[in-house]
Design a protein around this ligand. Structure first.
Ligand SMILES: N[C@@H]1[C@@H](O)[C@H](O)[C@@H](COP(=O)(O)O)O[C@@H]1O
Length: 321
């Protein structure tokens, strides 16, 4: 069902929604983040939470009741922890919206509303999940509290898929250089800020650790100066994702420090892909979509350089765990 209609139906039934929870695992948890970040930054009354699904099941917030919207997200729609979380949220009386690629999945069967997104067609399709969750968050805010930049958001939603495809059309040479520079790195640290925090998290957690078996860690670049910067030295490998928007100052501060001590730093900047051409009041919320697509190409190139396909697993989906 269309995002706007889902939210207006929920509002008709529950005019007094008090909280919105975002629940998923791994990449799907991370792809919920831009929506969660937007709502947390802009809502005056709505309470917001973001959970890995198994924690949501084992330590469910007391506010998950008939005044809550729970957005659950799983690409395959069959991750057991996420299905269990969705089912539990329904039992608690929350309004549950599942965002998945699989219309006939267990996740879709344990939700009040289902948003089915693309994946295979192109890079833009791979970002539909994240865009839909942001769209849902904007609708929830606008319909429950009002949002002054709603029209700017619609303009940006109308342009983002073309911008993603444009970004990936010229990024391959930079990605190949990255692959050559980092293919033998024993580890890689990834950092960012603002709406893009979880793009750094996904690149580290899923693309490096899960799909390349490369030791990696991620952190907020505001926190960089409160611990991690002590390991900076010549040639220590970092990736910094730079945002266009209010948190750019934090990203730039971290970048300056990396350069000062000649760390091996790859800077991937949303501004290089036209984020600043979007309406300025909302542009920052679209950094994660562009940077996710770009980082996917980076990962594909390192996989080629290391002869280690992104699909290779030792444990995931192969064992009981
Ligand atoms: N990289 C992700 C993992 O982090 C995630 O655990 C898994 C299940 O995800 P989903 O629930 O989105 O199908 O799939 C992908 O491989």
């Amino acid at each position: 069902m269309e995002v706007k209609k889902i939210v207006s139906e929920i509002k008709k039934e529950v005019p007094g929604i008090k909280s919105v929870y975002y629940v998923g695992c791994g990449a799907s948890k991370a792809e919920l983040y831009p929506g969660k970040y937007f709502l947390e930054e802009n809502a005056k009354s709505l309470r917001v939470g973001h959970f890995t699904a198994n924690e949501f099941v084992h330590a469910t917030p007391v506010a998950v009741d008939s005044t809550a919207i729970v957005i659950t997200c799983s690409l395959g729609g069959n991750t057991p922890e996420t299905v269990a979380a969705s089912k539990l949220a329904m039992e608690k009386g929350a309004k549950v919206i599942a965002v998945t690629h699989k219309a006939d999945s267990p996740l879709a069967g344990n939700a009040d509303y289902v948003i089915v997104h693309g994946f295979e067609k192109n890079y833009a399709a791979k970002l539909e999940k994240m865009v839909n969750v942001l769209d849902l968050s904007v609708e929830i805010l606008n319909q429950y509290e009002g949002y002054e930049h709603y029209e700017d958001m619609q303009t940006a939603f109308g342009r983002i898929y073309d911008m993603i495809e444009n970004a990936v059309s010229f990024v391959v040479p930079a990605a190949k250089k990255f692959a050559q520079d980092y293919k033998d790195a024993p580890f890689v640290y990834v950092m960012s800020s603002g709406a893009t925090q979880c793009v750094a998290y996904t690149f580290s957690l899923c693309l490096m650790m899960e799909m390349q078996w490369i030791n990696s860690g991620s952190f907020h670049d505001g926190e960089f100066f409160h611990g991690p910067f002590e390991i900076v030295d010549k040639d220590v490998p970092f990736i910094l994702l730079m945002n266009e928007g209010r948190t750019r100052a934090l990203d730039a501060r971290a970048m300056d420090f990396l350069h000062r001590f000649q760390a091996k730093a790859t800077i991937v900047d949303g501004k290089d892909y036209g984020i600043d051409s979007l309406p300025s009041a909302v542009a920052e919320y679209f950094n994660p979509m562009i940077l996710s697509a770009v980082m996917r190409v980076y990962a594909e190139q390192i996989a080629i350089a290391r002869s280690h396909p992104l699909t290779m697993r030792r444990y995931m989906w192969k064992l009981e765990y």
